[in-house]
Design a protein around this ligand. Structure first.
Ligand code: HEM
Length: 405
């Protein structure tokens, strides 16, 4: 008798992430067909890579699995034709290498050390300003506020306009089909992003005419690799830095709170041993996995886990699945502080495109938790989270929380 073929759900459906029902679909894929071809989806045919080890294979072979904007870029949805926004995450070497090198010093260890006191002061003031005994939105008051402040510092962006950065981040990643999307069409998205580009171009002009200083705009304005970008690449690059520096950390701050409050015993471990804070942060990032997937395009015919991938095929690495792969991570469905090799997860990707801001994100989260614990805040979730309709960013749009006096 022929075995029935399991019904693999289309894991590109953004509803799975809004409803947070993706786990069983990936468990089935990992078990039955870890490199699976979906013949039809809203984004055309694509390969799902769902196991940790296979994701690493794709990540570590950028010559075969390209990120290039011209081939479609890094999301399952191709960029709209004629409106491509290249940037270095959507490039292969050597241009990728040169541009990444330009911005990397902003998150180098010495600069992180310089920023620590500022981040701590702001975190303390945000926490101290929260209402006691009445519900408030954790996303707005804490996660968004802290990440907008961080991004304004990295760009040396006008302080009072910093929420504009959050807005542009939301615009850049919006799924225009979501009922609560901030933009409803690609044309509207482009108009907003052009506005962002114009704002950044004015700051760029000012910084280019001044001696170099240590902010992202000045650094790019004075570096050969980024000096003369066409306007669409200019917009794309700022889009990348805004989303990279904002959305992901924001959602780890919110997802982390949910995870910790659902697992009080794990928090108790950290209260008893502050040495476990780094492990808590790594586990929060693995647990949340704020970037759901990255996509590559095959540059030649190849083979992956016994499957024949053809040149031009879309290959999607599902980080949410790799981070729950029982073959690579012990008890992946448990939120567990103190795991051995806690930082060995896929939430930051791997290889030449591995997140450039990983240490900064970890530092922000560590300070947040240090300051929460220092104050012994008794936090309670006061209602369900509203999740983002997206197959790319695992986001939380709002979360009511109460601090018990
Ligand atoms: C918890 C927070 C964060 C997560 C989960 C995250 C996740 C990721 C992922 C998955 C990638 C792609 C990796 C790959 O393709 O292998 C990436 C790349 C990138 N991230 Fe992050 N990120 C975070 C925070 C940040 C921060 C704070 C910044 C900026 C300060 C940042 C800037 C970037 C940039 C510029 C890239 C492109 C790197 C390249 O193409 O070489 N990210 N990030």
């Amino acid at each position: 008798m022929v075995e029935p073929i399991p019904d693999f759900g289309d894991v590109s459906n953004p509803r799975l992430y809004r409803e947070d029902t993706w786990r069983p679909h990936f468990a089935l894929l990992r078990r039955e067909d870890p490199v699976h071809r979906h013949d039809a989806s809203a984004y055309g045919p694509y390969w799902s890579v769902t196991r940790y080890a296979d994701i690493m294979r794709v990540e570590l072979d950028p010559a075969t699995y390209s990120s290039a904007s011209e081939l479609g870029g890094i999301q399952i949805a191709d960029q709209p034709k004629g409106q491509e926004l290249p940037n270095f995450i959507r490039m292969d070497p050597p241009r990728h290498t040169a541009q990444r090198k330009t911005v990397a010093p902003i998150v180098a260890p010495t600069n992180l050390a310089n920023m620590e006191a500022t981040i701590r002061r702001r975190t303390a003031s945000v926490l101290d300003g929260l209402p006691r005994g009445q519900p408030f939105d954790w996303v707005d008051r804490v996660s968004t506020e802290l990440t907008a402040m961080m991004l304004a510092t990295l760009f040396d962006f006008p302080w009072e306009d910093r929420r504009q950065l959050t807005h542009w981040s939301d615009v850049a990643i919006a799924n225009i089909e979501a009922e609560d999307a901030v933009v409803k069409s690609e044309a509207e998205r482009m108009a907003e992003l052009r506005q962002m580009g114009a704002t950044m171009a004015a700051l760029w002009k000012e910084r280019a005419s001044q001696p170099p200083k240590f902010d992202l705009i000045s650094m790019m304005a004075h570096a050969e690799a980024t000096q003369n970008m066409p306007f669409n690449e200019f917009i794309g690059t700022f889009g990348l830095l805004i989303v990279g520096g904002n959305d992901t950390t924001r959602n780890s701050m919110t997802g982390g709170l949910i995870a910790v409050l659902d697992n009080p015993d794990e928090l108790a471990k950290v209260k008893a041993d502050a040495g476990l804070l780094d492990s808590l942060v790594a586990e929060i990032i693995r647990w949340q996995t704020p970037v759901i997937h990255m996509r590559r395009t095959a540059t030649r015919d190849t083979e992956l886990a016994g499957k024949s991938i053809k040149r031009g095929d879309k290959v999607v690495m599902w980080y949410v699945s790799g981070n729950r792969d029982e073959a690579a991570i012990e008890e992946p469905e448990r939120f567990r502080v103190g795991r051995p090799k806690a930082r060995q997860h896929l939430a930051f990707g791997a290889g030449i495109h591995r997140c450039v801001g990983d240490r900064l994100a970890e530092m922000q989260l560590k300070i947040l938790w240090e300051e929460i614990l220092k104050r012994d805040l008794v936090l309670e979730v006061a209602g369900p989270p509203v999740r983002l309709y997206s197959n790319f960013i695992r986001g939380i749009r709002s979360l009511p929380v109460v601090i018990r006096a």
